[in-house]
Design a protein. Sequence first.
Length: 65
Amino acid sequence: MITNPLLELKSLGQSVWLDSIRRGHIQSGGLQKLIDGDGISGETANPSIFEKAIVGSHDYDDAIR
């Protein structure tokens, strides 16, 4: 049986967070799939992470315009 190490960590009381955030990932349901399937607790954010999200995708173009 193959086990999911992220779910194993969750069963031990450890919260796993993605060190990224992106609007498209949230809107597409990708984050929800990771929460439901892998026990991810969420995504972290700080100014550097927001900069990468804004510069590295087109997710925010309309809002910025």
